[in-house]
Design a protein. Structure first.
Length: 95
């Protein structure tokens, strides 16, 4: 799963715990920071070590940011599926 954020620090305490809570051992989470200056990437690295952080040098927008994360995710593994997830929402249930 690719979670995109731009100045998303305020949302991460709700979003990331909900997506990393899965019990599927093959489930991976990537946080893409779209050149934020609010410490989002540093916070994710320190608080969620199981999440791979991708930092864009500039804000690539929604499509460009998601594409950057998808490229990294697809390069790491050969997943059955991969998809974007907005950083200001949370998941309910356990996939």
């Amino acid at each position: 799963m690719v979670v995109l954020g731009f100045h998303a620090r305020r949302w991460l305490d709700r979003c990331l715990p909900s997506v990393v809570a899965t019990t599927d051992e093959n489930f991976r989470v990537y946080f893409v920071d779209n050149a934020s200056s609010d410490g989002s990437a540093e916070y994710v690295r320190a608080t969620f070590p199981q999440v791979r952080v991708v930092v864009n040098a500039s804000n690539l927008g929604i499509a460009g940011g998601n594409n950057a994360g998808l490229r990294v995710a697809l390069g790491d593994v050969h997943p059955d599926g991969v998809g974007p997830f907005a950083g200001d929402v949370h998941a309910e249930g356990n996939p």
